[in-house]
Ligand binder design. Structure first.
Ligand SMILES: [Ca+2]
Ligand SMILES: [Ca+2]
Ligand SMILES: [Zn+2]
Length: 445
């Protein structure tokens, strides 16, 4: 992150980006030692300059969580399941990462977000009490937005050798019109674009990933969320997807698939634990959470357990380089804290809840549909879990014979006048929904 401390006068993305490019171009050795971990700043400064409420917002998160703590209790133990689509965009075979790599990445996300990672024992004793499982699971989408079955991975060949360019546009991979892939409905899926984020010509990774926090999260400066709703999601450089034990050079410290863990943390509202201070701010800014010790700056791909950059008084703790929201060597990253977990769950409940509804509505399991009135002599209505059109309704009698077949929409009625008195079984089929129910037909008085 050294690149972002070169000056305090970067007011616009263009200046910032250009300075970085120039700096990198003339400092290849330094760049090689400190690859740009996360494009969080780039994205933020792409659209907003200085937010006067920046400091206030950073400390707002604690209050925000505390004030809602009681409201959360009813849902506090539910495992949140988030459907994910990976959009692999490639210009050559190497960039076209395999299904196995994607599945490996998914497994890493699920391990780290549920504290099932193999390296929890590396968390230092002073941090063990605050280490927590987020209770969040990620799964590959089973249905695409058109209702067709999918494996949750799209593959698109592009003529773009890299998506880092001099046009200062970090959303090119998110649009089909610029060589990328349009998002799947961002309210229904976590979109993760996988593409080349290397600098042109010298072909060194410029950013490893970046993500958009939810629109309206009070702990982020204005302008941090996606510029357009359809740009919401996570972008990963293809070489850091999944575990890459043989990675060398600048990628050797980011070889455990934890760039995705970090970026999804931003997507779920988390800030960097050192507080994203600009030059000179150091220990004066933090991430708004009290169980992540404040640090003056990011760890630079290291595991320096002696690092303690901020003295927080009695009970002062060392820098928590184990945290996924730092820039440590991934081999020493292994925890989210309880407050980070609370924050992410609160963000899901308040800003990304539609993802959870999505996980229900696209379930392949049969669900129950309420039929009313029941019994009925003339017509019936249905209560689906959400508004649906073109649901195929098949009605069978007690002998298993199909007696009615009709396509219905939410709130439409189905006439059962033609049926004899008795008990009937109905199935409902829709690309994103399957259900069954039974009802009784009474004869007209
Ligand atoms: Ca903190
Ligand atoms: Ca300290
Ligand atoms: Zn970051």
């Amino acid at each position: 992150m050294l690149l972002f401390y070169l000056g305090s006068d970067f007011k616009t993305m263009k200046q910032h980006y250009l300075t970085c490019l120039l700096f990198l171009t003339f400092s290849p050795l330094l760049f090689g030692q400190s690859v740009h971990r996360c494009g969080d700043h780039l994205h933020k400064q792409q659209r907003s300059a200085v937010d006067p409420d920046y400091l206030t917002k950073r400390s707002a998160l604690d209050e925000w969580i505390a004030s809602s703590a009681q409201a959360q209790t009813g849902r506090s133990t539910e495992v949140y399941r988030i459907p994910v689509v990976f959009h692999v965009i490639y210009n050559n075979a190497e960039q076209n990462v395999s299904d196995e790599v994607i599945l490996d990445q998914l497994a890493i996300l699920n391990a780290d977000y549920n504290r099932l990672n193999a390296d929890t024992s590396l968390t230092r004793p002073e941090f063990q009490p605050v280490a927590a499982s987020a209770g969040i699971e990620f799964y590959l989408a089973e249905w695409d937005p058109q209702g067709n079955p999918t494996n949750g991975i799209t593959r698109t060949e592009t003529n773009q050798a890299t998506f880092i360019n001099l046009q200062f546009d970090l959303n090119r991979m998110k649009r089909a019109s610029t060589g990328g892939v349009d998002a799947w409905d961002v309210t229904q899926y976590l979109n993760i674009w996988v593409c080349n984020l290397a600098l042109p010509i010298i072909n060194t990774p410029f950013i490893l990933g970046f993500a958009t926090p939810p629109d309206g999260a009070p702990n982020w400066p204005d302008g941090s969320a996606a510029e357009q709703p359809e740009y919401d999601g996570v972008v990963l450089h293809y070489e850091v997807v999944g575990s890459n034990p043989n990675a060398t050079g600048a990628l050797a410290t980011v070889n455990r698939g934890r760039t995705a863990v970090h970026e999804v943390g931003h997507y779920l509202g988390l800030r960097h634990i050192w507080g994203d201070g600009q030059a000179g701010e150091g220990c004066n800014v933090d991430d708004g959470l009290s169980d992540t010790p404040n640090a003056a700056e990011a760890q630079q791909q290291t595991c320096d357990y002696t690092s303690n950059t901020c003295d927080e008084g009695p009970g002062d703790l060392p820098d928590m380089l184990e945290n996924y929201m730092d820039y440590s060597d991934e081999s020493c990253m292994n925890i989210f804290t309880q407050q980070q977990v609370n924050a992410m769950r609160f963000v899901i409940e308040n800003f990304r809840e539609s993802l959870l509804t999505s996980s229900k509505s696209i379930s392949k399991d049969f669900e129950k549909v309420a039929i009313f009135p029941n019994p009925s002599s003339d017509f019936i209505r249905f209560r689906f879990p959400q508004d649906l059109n073109n649901v195929r309704c098949l009605v069978y009698n007690s002998m298993g014979q199909l007696v009615l077949s009709q396509t219905i929409n939410t709130n439409e009625t189905l006439s059962v006048e033609s049926l004899k008195g008795g008990v009937y079984f109905a199935t409902f089929e829709h690309p994103r929904f399957r259900a069954s129910s039974s009802f009784a037909k009474t004869n007209n008085p």
